[in-house]
Ligand binder design. Structure first.
Ligand SMILES: [Zn+2]
Length: 317
């Protein structure tokens, strides 16, 4: 069987005027690796890629560590810990940050939300035109609170408006102009994302994968756009690192984000292993292009480990 633990931000300090960036400290990361070690054996991505059935159908619990979003802090803070413990991992990167030198929309939103209150951000939207004065109905407010149950009310409303009331073009238009006011995009690119030589090192170690070009929910796009998102990253990484990238992690990883024909198109573009964010341990019947993964918070040592401990108690040695 295969248990996958996924990480995003790894930093010493998550202090910001407003809480919007969540992740683990290097210390917690190391602690979790040591806890996970008690439940199974860490594997190298190449072992999974070369013989997925053997790994997934095994009675033994194999553990794969993955990182999404190609963040520099993952290379600089998490990789040294992994190297020291001799634990391999797989890092999924977006190519828009490198080809177009653009910050992904999702990160622009995280950064803006760390500097502005939800109400300030919403009033800034409203200033962009009457179309962007968005009031939620009572029902929508209730839905927002249910959907974003980890957030406070204000943040839940803001997220609901961004994700359910605005399309990507509208979101980009609004966010881009505010972002440029607060941040220098070139500087953010340099500090937030891995440098090309770091990508090359990961590729050499067989630890590099695709997180698509621009971090969109693929399942909501037209097939041609999905293909574009899948192939641009593959081409870019091939040119840069001279390696064939066959593993992919789908941005957001939800059922909608991975809906048909996402995995079929990934397969046709010669990806062989794909990861969603459907929680669970892979035991054999899964589509190799739609493997399950846990957020690190759901696993031993994480904030929400209780469910895992109840559900998968058999895994503890
Ligand atoms: Zn992501």
């Amino acid at each position: 069987m295969l248990t996958v633990s996924n990480y995003h931000y790894i930093r010493e300090n998550f202090d910001a005027p407003f809480l919007s960036i969540f992740g683990v400290t290097p210390k917690l990361f190391e602690k979790q690796l040591l806890l996970l070690k008690k439940t199974g054996t860490f594997i190298h991505p190449n072992d999974l890629i070369s013989n997925p059935d053997k790994i997934i159908k095994s009675k033994q619990n194999y553990i794969l560590i993955t990182f999404d979003d190609g963040l520099k802090e993952q290379f600089e803070l998490a990789k040294p810990i992994l190297d020291q413990l001799k634990i391999p991992a797989l890092f999924f990167v977006n190519s828009i940050n490198h080809i177009e030198k653009k910050v992904s929309l999702v990160h622009k939103i995280h950064l803006l939300r760390s500097q502005m209150s939800p109400s300030k951000l919403l009033s800034t939207f409203a200033a962009a035109g009457p179309k962007f004065i968005i009031a939620l109905s009572t029902l929508e407010k209730r839905k927002a609170i249910l959907h974003y149950n980890y957030d406070n009310e204000e943040s839940a409303y803001l997220k609901y408006i961004l994700n359910f009331k605005l399309n990507i073009a509208e979101q980009s238009k609004l966010i881009d102009s505010i972002f440029d006011h607060f941040f220098n995009e070139k500087k953010v690119i340099e500090t937030l994302y891995m440098a090309e030589n770091q990508l090359t090192i990961l590729a050499k170690e067989g630890m590099l994968g695709s997180h698509t070009h621009s971090h969109m929910a693929l399942g909501l796009l037209e097939p041609e756009l999905i293909e574009d998102e899948l192939s641009k990253t593959k081409h870019y990484l091939k040119q840069l690192t001279n390696t064939n990238i066959v593993s992919i992690s789908y941005p957001y990883g939800s059922i909608e984000a991975c809906a048909k024909p996402v995995s079929e198109l990934a397969q046709s573009l010669e990806y062989t292993i794909g990861f969603t964010m459907e929680r669970g341990i892979n035991t054999g019947d899964e589509n190799k292009l739609l493997l399950k993964r846990f957020d690190c918070n759901d696993l031993p040592g994480g904030k929400n480990e209780k469910f895992f401990k109840d559900e998968y108690s058999f895994i503890y040695k």
